[in-house]
Write a protein that binds this ligand. Sequence first.
Ligand code: ADP
Ligand code: MG
Length: 229
Amino acid sequence: MIEIKNLNKSFGNNKVLKNINLNIKRNETIAIIGPSGSGKSTLLRCLNLLEIPDHGEVRIDDSYFNSHHSHKEDTLKFRQKTAMVFQGFHLFQNKKVIDNIALPLMVVQKMKKDKALKYAEEFLDMVGLKEKRHVMPQQLSGGQQQRVAIARALALNPSVILFDEPTSALDSELVGEVLDLIKKVSIHTTSVIVTHEIEFARDVADRIVFIDEGQIIEVGKTKDILDHS
Ligand code: ADP
Ligand code: MG
C-alpha cells in the first residue's frame, strides 16, 4: 500500500510537482500518462527518494518519508521498498548478465554469493533469458537488456516496481516482448508505469493517472479515463 500526500517538488523556480495526492493499493497497476516535461519521471523519482520531495509525505508499507524529518538510514530503508526500471536499462555494462542480478542482492540485501547466483538464475529463467546468463549486456538486444533489468528489479522483491517509459528506447519490433513481460509481472506486483503506449495502458492498468504541469488532472479506472477522452 502506497500513500502519497501533498507531494511538492521544485527545481529552482520551476515547480515540477504541485500537491500530488494518490493512494495505490497492493497489487494495483497504475499507468501514469501525460505530456513530456509534466513531471512524470520526477514523481517516480520522489517515490524512491532519488529526488527528495520539498514538502509532503510518502508511505510505502511500513516505511514512511516525511519532508520535515528525514534521516539517512530511513532513506536507505525506504529506497529498498522500491525497484526502478529505466528507459535506458541502466545495466552494469562491464558485468555479466547474471551478475547484474546477483550483485544488488549481495550488496543491498547482504545475500551470500551462492544463494544470490541461484536466485539470479531463477529470475533470468522467469524472463526467458537463462541461456544468456554468462554473456555481457552489450551482446543482448535492447529488449533482452530490458528483460534483464526487469528480472533484477523483481529479484529484489520490492513493495512496488516503478517503470519509467520502459519501452521508449526500444526499436519498435522489440517493444512487444517487453510489454508482454511487464503485463505478466504486473499481475503479481504493485506497479507504477509511466508510458506513452496508451493501448498498453488500457490493457494492463487498473487505474490511469493523467498528469499535466505537475498536477494530477484526472485519476480513475482505466476504462472511465480512456473511453471518454
Ligand atoms: P516527464 O518525465 O513528464 O517528461 P520530468 O519529471 O522529467 O518530466 O521533468 C519535469 C520538469 O522538471 C521539466 O521541466 C524538467 O526540465 C525539470 N527537471 C527534471 N529533473 C530535473 C533536475 N534534476 N534538475 C532541474 N530540473 C529538472
Ligand atoms: Mg520522463
